[in-house]
Design a protein around this ligand. Structure first.
Ligand code: IPD
Ligand code: CA
Ligand code: CA
Length: 277
């Protein structure tokens, strides 16, 4: 707790008040998740293959309350049905990314908050993994950081990297298609990982831990904060058809260093497999 919680005291100028508040809210929200992890809590089926715990709703409520108080004009797009998209800043929140992991006792989950100030692309992003006490943050033009240290996408060749993805567990009719895409990538990389938190997958790519991440069926709350981090770390984000990733409309995402993203898009195009954004 010590290291991550002390980062905010270094942020002083007016431009960073928003960031400061979002970071301190994410840290407190993460503390709530850490306290509840592997304890007894309510779990329900949200939809087929998708769980919801009492922590998804409690932590979302906490974040929205804190940020509404700090920014009375703010709008919210939050996963557990809280939409008031008219405000500025617009805060795009996943209170618990990796719910199925959290519910099953797997310590790979996070809080994710993306900040928009008028445009369709995030101006800032904060992702906090409370188990590892890893705080990722970025603001456009100011770099991307893990616990205050700058991070960058990998410079290793794709063949020497781990690549993260997911089967589309909420869109089972797409599994064959995604498996085809995966099979075209697999021979070109060291190995594949499916860790269960899209926001952390993107942050790990920003930090050079993964050489690439792709997934179909993600939402703005999964990706907004991570995409800001990724771009500030030197990466690019596109959809499966190669168009720039739009958190509010794209259904698919590919992120990584520009050369790796380009390579995988080329492999897919040459394979003739269908590519939808
Ligand atoms: C999910 C996780 C998972 C990804 C799904 C997301 P949730 O978010 O990020 O890794 O594969 O696409 O919906 O439901 O745990 O917040
Ligand atoms: Ca999510
Ligand atoms: Ca969630």
């Amino acid at each position: 707790m010590g290291q991550t919680h002390s980062i905010i005291k270094f942020m002083k100028n007016t431009d960073e008040i928003l960031m400061n508040t979002v970071i301190s809210t994410a840290l407190k929200a993460g503390d709530i998740l850490r306290t509840g992890f592997r304890q007894r809590f309510e779990v329900e089926q949200k939809s087929a293959h998708d769980l919801i715990t009492e922590y998804d709703t409690t932590v979302q409520q906490f974040i929205v309350e804190q940020l509404s108080k700090a920014f009375p004009g703010a709008g919210f797009v939050a996963e557990e049905e809280h939409f008031s998209t008219k405000g500025d800043p617009l805060l795009v929140i996943d209170p618990l990314d990796g719910t199925n992991n959290f519910a099953m006792g797997i310590p790979q989950f996070c809080v994710s908050i993306g900040v928009f100030t008028g445009e369709r692309q995030p101006k800032a992003g904060v992702v906090y993994n409370p188990v590892l006490e890893e705080l990722y943050h970025a603001q456009v033009g100011k770099g991307a950081y893990l616990n205050g240290e700058p991070i960058h996408v990998t410079q290793e060749p794709l063949k020497d990297t781990l690549v993260a993805t997911a089967l589309p567990f909420k869109f089972r009719d797409k599994v064959d298609w995604i498996t085809q895409l995966l099979l075209h990538v697999y021979p070109e990389v060291m190995d594949i990982r499916r860790l269960g938190s899209a926001a952390l997958d993107i942050c790990y790519t920003a930090a050079g831990i993964f050489g690439l991440y792709f997934e179909y069926g993600i939402n703005a709350w999964d990706t907004a904060a991570g995409v800001c981090l990724l771009r500030e770390a030197g990466g690019v984000a596109v959809d499966f058809s190669g168009q720039p990733y739009d958190p509010f409309t794209s259904k698919s995402i590919v992120v990584g260093p520009p050369a790796h993203v380009e390579r995988v898009l080329r492999l897919w195009r040459e394979s003739g497999v269908q590519l939808e954004g």
